[in-house]
Design a protein. Structure first.
Length: 287
């Protein structure tokens, strides 16, 4: 039997592959418990689709700044915490006690000892996990490296050929089901110790310098013109670093955090790390 293949939804055609019965269970979630075995089976089947990459919690629309959220997928995850009982599991000498088992499906994925991925996270062939953590609902696409101590939060969406450098924190979101997860698009490079949170988005090919904090409300500013490019989204094929801008208050003028775009890259330009370090070193930063 041929296994279903992951599909990337579009804004106009997307229909959740998860059974609509999840919506009915969600409507009466207050009365459900682990004793409801049929409901637990339905939720398990839905999370299995996430685990296999057939369903996903969200997807970026490459033609717009929109992110399409599959609320049914997120409802299934939330219901799993209510319907699945606590169980003990083990990985070597390590012991766990949780409602969520560890992921068992690693087709074509390199998993270095110390890496943890929960059931319900999808890892495409060619992904490399250094000692790191991938939460339920996370989606990591082909050829991406999740480096040491990096975290991919619940329902976060990571594109192809992305590098999440050491200590990067990609925030997760489950509630409400309509909340937009973090999206890192193809070919992005996220520098060490960055925090990308609260539904922020990094465009394809973007390079984010070490230590940047990007939330959905964070202003992103063109360093050459001073123009605000938007909030919570780093443009495609750009190099971005942490910055501050002055704002006057009753008690004086204070520097508030922002993200500065300091260089534009040609679309499709590969990231030469030595060249990038030269660019960032001029601003006292590194990748």
């Amino acid at each position: 039997m041929t296994e279903p293949q992951p599909a990337r939804p579009t804004e106009t055609s997307y229909v959740s592959p998860i059974d609509a019965g999840i919506d009915e269970l969600w409507d009466r979630r207050g009365e459900l418990s682990p004793a409801d075995t049929d409901a637990a089976k339905a939720v398990t089947a839905a999370v299995d689709l996430l685990d296999a990459g057939v369903a996903r919690a969200a997807s970026a629309d490459p033609g717009t700044t929109d992110v399409i959220v599959d609320e049914r997928a997120k409802r299934a995850i939330l219901l799993s915490f209510k319907l699945l009982g606590m169980t003990e599991s083990a990985a070597g000498e390590f012991r766990y006690h949780d409602r969520m088992p560890l992921k068992r499906r690693f087709d074509g994925v390199r998993v270095v000892p110390g890496a943890i991925a929960r059931w319900g996270a999808y890892l495409a062939p060619g992904v490399v996990l250094m000692p790191s953590f991938i939460n339920i609902g996370g989606y990591v696409d082909q050829g991406t490296m999740v480096d040491t101590w990096a975290t991919v939060g619940s329902c976060a969406q990571i594109g192809k050929r992305v590098h999440l450098s050491g200590g990067v924190g990609i925030g997760g979101v489950l509630e409400p089901p309509s909340a937009v997860p973090v999206v890192i698009e193809d070919d992005a490079l996220i520098g060490s110790r960055c925090m990308i949170i609260e539904g922020a988005r990094v465009g394809p090919g973007a390079v984010v310098g070490a230590g940047v904090i990007l939330s959905r409300s964070m202003p992103v500013i063109d360093a050459e013109t001073g123009a605000e490019l938007g909030r919570g989204r780093i443009p495609p094929w750009s190099v971005a670093v942490s910055g501050t801008r002055l704002k006057k208050f009753g008690g004086g003028a204070f520097g508030l955090p922002c993200v500065l775009v300091i260089k534009r890259l040609a679309e499709g330009e590969r990231h030469d790390k030595a060249q990038l370090n030269d660019i960032l070193r001029g601003h006292g930063l590194a990748v």
